[in-house]
Design a protein around this ligand. Structure first.
Ligand code: LAC
Length: 433
């Protein structure tokens, strides 16, 4: 699949011609305005959960600062009239080096949640990575995607039986890869969420992969060990939370009223995190699936080497959008070290901080094979639903196309570190000149 030769210009013209008729884009093109409109569209709880990062949110700032440290040095007079953004990943040719990152609880952003994103991703040919914490079961998303590419993100819970079931379901759903997220062996210290004392999962949101799973549902017949001695105070709010759990639990009214919705939340909270996970576990997963396995959350070069040593097929350099560990290295700052350790043996993907096409260009120039877009598509979902997600995908890809051409390049293979210079105070000069 290849792009029309001037995708960036096509998108610009499409927007500008519609503007002549007084019609504006469904979602803002400018990333900060997109976030601001999403904040207006979302409930306080949803905005806090989606936009928030860990602790003082220094990591989220570091992610952006890392992009700002690199500047593009364009070349001129190079005939950039024909450009190609396509890339091959695990035997599949993608129209652009872009995937949609797995994001939990999209139901907080829009009624159609993951389904709207799945339709938008399929229409644009951009793979969607189904979230382990989705609001819609993966089977339903796969159904609306036809043959379009999709992957599955896995959290390794304390139940290996459940992990195996998720992986089998992902295979049956036609997922092209398993992305094992490693940086969430416990929930990051999310000060914003703690200040409003809100976690969507406790309200029965983001549990769709679990409540649709035969292994998980069977486990609800067994007693669940209490996590702490703390019980919610009996208030109107706690009754409302119970009603939310009942409303979101799939099944017949008999099941809904059987105590299962509360059991599902309790079982989830008891199972979800596995801090004991270690490198030794990977062989078990490797045996269970022929799909490529990518490790997401790798930032240290030694971990990258270990991943390859353990037969992993790819790496996603990511700090979970700054949501897990405060005061952590900016993800883009970690990319060169990981790439040097990987020595081109497996594809290295990147996420955390991508806001537009120029950011994608910088990550590719440093050596990433492709990138994952995160919060911007959730913001677009909140503001414009499926159409909004399509637009944000188009905008990022179009901006990448424009950036490529204006940098004097015509294909991804041509993008390399020589296109960048590290920002210095005072004058900067391109490498090699
Ligand atoms: C989060 C987890 C659940 O970032 O992925 O909220």
């Amino acid at each position: 699949m290849t792009q029309p030769p001037s995708l960036g210009r096509t998108r610009q013209i499409e927007i500008l011609i519609s503007g002549v008729g007084g019609r504006l884009p469904a979602v803002p093109v400018e990333p900060r305005r997109l976030a601001a409109e999403a904040e207006r569209a979302l409930s306080a709880e949803a905005w806090t959960y989606v936009a928030g990062s860990a602790g003082t949110e220094e990591t989220a700032d570091a992610n952006r600062a890392a992009f700002e440290r690199w500047q593009i040095v364009p070349r001129m007079l190079r005939d950039v009239s024909q450009r190609d953004l396509s890339v091959e990943l695990f035997g599949e040719r993608l129209p652009a080096p872009l995937l949609l990152a797995p994001i939990a609880v999209l139901g907080m952003a829009h009624r159609q949640a993951d389904l709207a994103v799945a339709r938008a991703a399929a229409a644009e040919g951009v793979p969607m990575i189904f979230s382990n914490q989705a609001s819609v079961p993966m089977e339903d998303c796969a159904r609306v995607m036809g043959e379009a590419p999709r992957w599955f993100q896995l959290y390794w819970s304390t139940s290996d039986e459940l992990v195996a079931s998720f992986v089998e379901r992902a295979e049956r759903c036609g997922c092209g890869a398993i992305v094992l997220t490693l940086d969430t062996t416990m929930m990051g210290w999310r000060a914003r969420d703690l200040d409003i004392a809100y976690l969507p999962f406790i309200h029965g949101q983001g549990l769709a992969q679990y409540t649709s799973d035969p292994v998980f549902r069977k486990s609800l017949d067994e007693p669940v060990e209490a996590l702490t001695g703390v019980r919610p105070p009996r208030t109107p709010a706690s009754v409302l939370a119970l009603l939310e759990q009942i409303y979101r639990y799939p099944g017949t009214w008999a099941e809904k009223l059987s105590g299962k919705p509360l059991a599902a939340v309790q079982r989830f909270l008891a199972t979800y995190m596995r801090p004991s996970l270690s490198w030794d576990h990977l062989a078990w997963l490797r045996e269970r699936t022929k799909l490529p396995i990518l490790l997401k959350g790798i930032l240290h070069p030694e971990d990258a080497k270990m991943a390859i040593g353990h037969g992993m097929d790819g790496i996603v350099v990511s700090n979970h959008g700054g949501r897990q560990l405060d005061g952590e290295i900016g993800a883009l700052d970690a990319l060169p070290g990981v790439l040097a350790a990987v020595e081109g043996k497996v594809p290295v993907l990147f996420d955390s901080g991508i806001r537009g096409g120029a950011d994608v260009f910088k990550a590719l120039a440093l050596g990433a094979t492709a990138v994952c877009l995160g919060r911007p598509y959730v913001y677009a979902l909140a503001v414009g639903g499926e159409r909004g997600v399509r637009e944000v995908i188009k905008n990022v890809v179009a901006e990448l196309d424009v950036t490529l051409g204006l940098a004097g390049l015509t294909s991804l293979a041509e993008i390399g570190p020589e296109a960048l210079v590290e920002r210095r105070t005072g004058s900067t000069s391109p490498r090699g000149e």
